[in-house]
Design a protein around this ligand. Structure first.
Ligand code: ZN
Length: 330
């Protein structure tokens, strides 16, 4: 394996050697060759390029989240405890998004078409996770004072709609020619579900009279890391301050990945605490999440998201042929 990966040197490109739409803001070098082969893509995971740390900052956490899920399933009799199913479903979404992202960052450079598919999958996985977060909060973190409200009744339904809309909007943004519009649509596609998911949490942290301090500290940190993600995504700091200095290590996308993973870790720890201490409150209220949401809706979303991605892939393939574009063009 090592021989396979170390054979030959990966030729890297400077930004000015690439078409403008493939350059990253203030990243001057370390680009992989366009039309990389699968072998070169794998090589780039083990040799320094401007994508290498993007891959590892999501690949390692995905393994860690899988380990958390497995230990959770071993420590509790999950199959006979429907109360835990929402947590398991959330963990499946939390394992999926970093893994899919790591794969997308590894292989998107194979062609223009591969770039589109990889990021369609990445957006699908993120919207899947956004529903997982809503499910987690509704199942374990919802404020007691909101459990009887209409907001609570419609909460998961809106989370599901948001997730589907965010897949559609984020995938559509790949066809925009304006970079600013592309960025705005993508930001909107993921920030709106995030805001909706976090309303009960922000309400709980602001108004709740019974504080479960351990989980709430985790949720506060989660909010801070999430706001940092938005800041890094829009600011392109620190590389904007010193273009070329953070090409390989320390640019905003790597920091964004790290903040995302830290936010997820805080979410997991907060919810694990709530799951243990709030069971009675949720049972008494009769507002526990039923399996049609914790299993049915998650499976439904998975397949509908897959269908949406397939549709966009088909459209991307068709428009590529209509334009007479071939992978050799780039
Ligand atoms: Zn990424």
């Amino acid at each position: 394996m090592m021989k396979f990966l170390s054979f030959g040197r990966l030729p890297l490109l400077m930004g000015h050697q690439l078409p403008p739409d493939l350059r990253e803001i203030a990243i001057l070098g370390g680009y992989r060759p366009l039309q990389s082969t699968p072998r070169q893509c794998l090589q780039s995971v083990f040799s320094p390029t401007n994508e290498t740390i993007n891959v590892w900052t999501h690949l390692i956490p995905s393994v860690y989240f899988i380990w958390k899920l497995v230990t959770f399933c071993y420590s509790l009799d999950v199959s006979t405890t429907p109360y835990t199913w929402a947590f398991v479903a959330y963990m499946v979404t939390a394992c999926t998004y970093p893994f899919v992202s790591a794969m997308a960052h590894t292989f998107y450079v194979m062609s223009t078409f591969a770039r589109k598919i990889c990021f369609f999958l990445d957006y699908g996985a993120l919207s899947f996770y956004s529903f997982g977060v809503g499910l987690l909060y509704r199942a374990y973190a919802f404020p007691e004072t909101l459990l009887e409200s209409k907001f609570c009744d419609v909460f998961l339904f809106v989370c599901l709609l948001n997730a589907l809309m965010s897949t559609v909007i984020a995938c559509s943004s790949r066809f925009f020619t304006s970079r600013i519009l592309m960025k705005l649509f993508r930001l909107g596609a993921f920030s709106f579900p995030w805001i909706w998911d976090n309303i009960p949490l922000i309400y709980r942290l602001t108004y709740a009279d019974r504080l479960q301090s351990v989980s709430e500290v985790h949720y506060m940190r989660q909010l801070v890391f999430s706001v940092l993600i938005g800041f890094l995504y829009t600011s392109h700091l620190p590389e904007r301050l010193a273009p070329g200095k953070f090409d390989i290590v320390g640019h905003s996308h790597q920091l964004l990945h790290i903040c995302g993973v830290l936010a997820t870790t805080e979410q997991i720890n907060g919810a694990l605490y709530d799951l243990k201490v709030r069971r009675e409150i949720l049972q008494v209220s009769g507002k526990m999440v039923c399996s049609s949401w914790s299993v049915g809706a998650v499976v439904f979303l998975f397949f509908v998201n897959a269908g949406i991605i397939a549709m966009f892939t088909r459209y991307a393939w068709k428009s590529r042929n209509d334009k007479g574009e071939s992978d050799k063009d780039r």
